[in-house]
Design a protein. Structure first.
Length: 363
């Protein structure tokens, strides 16, 4: 897996020297084939108990104090009339941690799906296979997010899913609805015969061209030995202008473990300012509370009851799609050791330097 991540990163750099897109040639036909390349390397330092990694509930940028590849991806896409095919392979620190409980073959795949767009019912799309999660506003790709690191709520909700999704968006683009038949909570494969089926839903309403409201949800099971029942609700609003982009979100989840109901919730607010085409600044505040649900914010047998964090980001993007990001994050939390009732305060400061490269070949 380490060799694969290095290879993907090198391919992203080397292919760019010979690649071109339709826009660069002055032509603008719809591409039939496209290949997207992305690679992100990083270096991080933390004051957390002198360790060489972040807390266990962080899947991205987990290993610190030495240069690492967090995420590398090659995504192939083919469009054929009303059909679209996607196949993506990936590797990196994020993949090895977040896909650790998946079969070896599934750990390699970021995408493996086929989509049909109806010609008779315009706006209806049906997709089946492995695809990114419909929950949340943050992606595994750093360049798609407003900050270099992911929020706590994103790190503890699904990044990927498998199953069947059905989406409908009218020509007005005012709103969109989606229904999902899923194999479980963050599962890239289905166990046959299927013992449990999970459901998901998504909705978007555009108040204006630059202002949207989103509500996404999940109801189903995890694929643990006990088939833990879980539900999740993701609310957020996103607004943008020429220079400003803002996101305000709130997530609420419940889980039933051994007959006991647990719940957790997390608000987040992110504001980004674009100084020009090359320079951006961002600020984030986030909070997560997990009363009695000691299965999310866990680190080396230390259970967080609640945790807060503030982050400040500076981004510099070159004309060649190189993205350099510097983030400072200060986090503090209240928790306890298992079997103890006395709460303890734990603090952490993180400095993260991230460098990523992306480009696309269309032909």
């Amino acid at each position: 897996m380490k060799l694969l991540s290095t290879t993907l990163a090198l391919l992203s750099i080397c292919f760019n020297s010979i690649g071109y897109t339709q826009s660069e040639t002055g032509q603008d036909p719809l591409p039939v084939y496209s290949i997207q390349f992305f690679a992100e390397g990083y270096y991080g330092l933390s004051t957390y108990e002198g360790r060489k990694d972040q807390e266990a509930f962080y899947y991205n940028h987990h290993s610190l104090r030495s240069p690492k590849i967090n995420y590398a991806q090659v995504l192939f896409e083919k469009k054929l009339n009303t059909w679209q095919f996607q196949l993506g392979i990936h590797d990196g620190i994020y993949v090895r941690r977040n896909y650790a409980d998946q079969p070896q073959w599934a750990q390699l795949l970021s995408h493996a799906n086929i989509q049909y767009s109806s010609q008779h019912f315009i706006g209806l799309k049906i997709l089946a296979g492995i695809f990114p999660s419909h929950i949340g506003f943050e992606s595994a790709r750093t360049d798609a997010n407003l900050t270099a690191s992911r929020s706590m709520l994103a790190e503890n909700s699904p990044y990927y899913e498998s199953g069947i999704q059905c989406q409908y968006q009218p020509l007005s683009n005012k709103w969109q609805l989606g229904l999902y038949l899923l194999t479980g909570w963050q599962q890239a494969h289905i166990e046959l015969p299927a013992k449990r089926i999970s459901m998901g839903w998504s909705s978007r309403y555009n108040i204006a061209d630059n202002w949207g409201l989103f509500y996404n949800g999940f109801s189903g099971f995890t694929h643990t030995a006990s088939y833990e029942k879980r539900s999740y609700h993701n609310f957020y609003s996103q607004m943008s202008s020429q220079r400003w982009t803002g996101i305000v979100g709130f997530d609420y989840g419940t889980a039933q473990i051994q007959g006991i109901n647990h719940q957790w919730y997390s608000p987040v607010a992110i504001l980004q300012y674009q100084r020009n085409n090359h320079l951006k600044f961002a600020f984030r505040y986030e909070y997560m509370q997990v009363p009695s649900a000691a299965f999310i914010l866990i680190d080396q047998n230390y259970n967080y009851d609640r945790r807060s964090a503030i982050s400040a980001n500076i981004d510099f993007k070159s004309n060649k799609n190189w993205l350099l990001r510097l983030e400072y994050k200060q986090a503090w939390g209240l928790g306890y050791l298992p079997g103890q009732k006395d709460m303890q305060i734990k603090n952490n400061n993180l400095i993260l330097l991230s460098l990523s490269k992306s480009f696309q070949l269309s032909f």
